[in-house]
Design a protein around this ligand. Sequence first.
Ligand SMILES: C=CCn1c(=O)c2[nH]c(Cc3ccc(NC(C)=O)cc3)nc2n(CCCC)c1=O
Ligand SMILES: [Mn+2]
Length: 627
Amino acid sequence: QFHEVHEIVIQKLGHIPIVKGDFAHLPPKVQRFVAAWVQECRPRAVYICDGSDEEAHEIIHKLEERGLLHKLTKYEECYICRTDPADVARVESKTFVTTEEKYDSVAHVREGVQGIMGQWMSPELMEVEMNSRFPGCMAGRCMYIIPFSMGPVGSPLSKIGVQITDSNYVLLCMRIMTRVSPKVWEVLGDNEFVRCVHSMGCPRPVQRKVINHWPCNPEKILIAHFPEIREICSFGSGYGGNSLLGKKCFALRIAMNIAKDEGWLAEHMLIMGITEEKTGRETFIAAAFPSACGKTNLAMLNPTIPGFKVRVVGDDIAWMRFDENGDLYGINPEAGFFGVAPGTNMKTNPNAMLTCLKNSIFTNVGETADGGFFWEGLEDEVDKNIAITTWLGENWRIGQPGKAAHPNARFTCPAGQCPIIHPKWEDPKGVPISAIIFGGRRPTGVPLVYEAFSWEHGVTVGACVKSEATAAAEHVGKQIMHDPMAMRPFMGYNFGKYLGHWLSLNKAPHKVPKIFHVNWFRLNEKGEFLWPGFGDNIRVLDWVIRRVHNEEDIAVKSPVGWLPKKGSLNLDGLGPVDWNELFSLPKHYWEDDIRESRRFLEDQANGDVPPAIWKELDDLEKRVKEG
Ligand SMILES: C=CCn1c(=O)c2[nH]c(Cc3ccc(NC(C)=O)cc3)nc2n(CCCC)c1=O
Ligand SMILES: [Mn+2]
């Protein structure tokens, strides 16, 4: 439909040419949004995207000429890009949530303790930071307007965003990771949308030397969220987690605010479906893991025992909502996978590898002389002597010192290409979620799997998720870091209130799913893994499914939750498994762990943690002491 373009909007647009698309066809709210930011960022032109292949080819061609993208001739429509080495990952220290009230955004952190559950910046301070960045930031550049849907276009569970960006690379990734289409304008109409504004922070003429044809402004990176007005402003970084605003910024930090207001959950979870071939029974599971736990590998698991079919709905984010019957349904709001490349190969995740062989973009991976990609973990899958260009652009060969790919190198590939993508992955209703699994990398003390006694106990298990990670400060090596619900880096509001929201969902007619905790990474005293992991994890999911369907005699009560009864896991074909080691509950370890978790919650969210959580911790402690 044709909209009267307000004269105010026309004034703000001024002489700026619209080089693609029809501004007058945009919904009025979008016209005002775009005009305001045109006035602020002053681009040389405005380009309204349609997400089509033709559009992508035009932009790919331009970026190939500029040298930002190289075509990987070994595959079909695959491209590689190397960023400025100063722009390779999310920047938590520059990520903020701004609300009038500080304690809407963050919890009460103990005096003298470093808050790690998100950062608040006051509206006044944020105004200053914004004004020192955005005015004129797109000078000499084209402003792209990206209409996108998180979730299938038109699904009642989906939400619409409009992203303004001066990076056409971001458009190429957004059309893989989200649904970019003119249909979004129709569905949007005069409704609200999430406003996403991104700039590389490099107005022309550029002041800062551009490396690898990758404009960015690392010194002035700012990732700002305004939940009260559903707006995100990202400046200075082109890297995925900071610039594909549909992902972490929208689908987690902003969406969890919307979910709190509307009574649903926006979580950092995979969704997978497991079908038992004997009966055809299918069970869907949502699972949250901190980094370095192989979450994407689990989402696309290749079972090692017969009788099971695993299909993936999503590998990173789940939006879950109880329907009118009280059943929990989930969708994957994304349309692609943005996975960590190193460690991904035909053994650890063949389905991810096969998804990447066409229409994909690789960032900061190595490049082989025969036009392929390479990263750590692929040594056995390429010619050992092939010449490789590293992510830093250096000549390299397998076996030489150094790495071919950056540890955070990424593949960006269309989910629909995954060999085991679930047929219902775009079902507007979503899929029924029967179990929620939390997990962590726990080298000692934590059993392979246990089931929470209740929703409240399970939420407390989620709040106390920890995982071994290489600490930021290299000299301390590996540490067990807190990562509640695996949401720590992605919190969009007060952590204590977030726990309260989870607890509030356990009310009629909601049928809350069972909650489990898994740990694939327990070591024996010789430092060897007690569990083979990978495809053998199906054996644990099998037990989870049988518990979901209330099989009784396969579980025994323990102080920490229900454990598999000895013999109730299918271990056929496995070498020796030290069951006692794998499921032992060292009393002192657990007493220390509970004390440490209580201290963490006191430090990070003291007055905001709901009483039910403290009660669950106290009950757990009593059971462990009496155990
Ligand atoms: C569905 C798979 C989940 N998963 C696991 O279940 C898993 N388990 C382990 C530990 C492990 C490592 C190597 C072996 N290899 C042997 C013995 O050959 C066994 C276990 N690593 C794992 N990884 C890789 C983690 C880094 C991202 C992993 O992803
Ligand atoms: Mn993630």
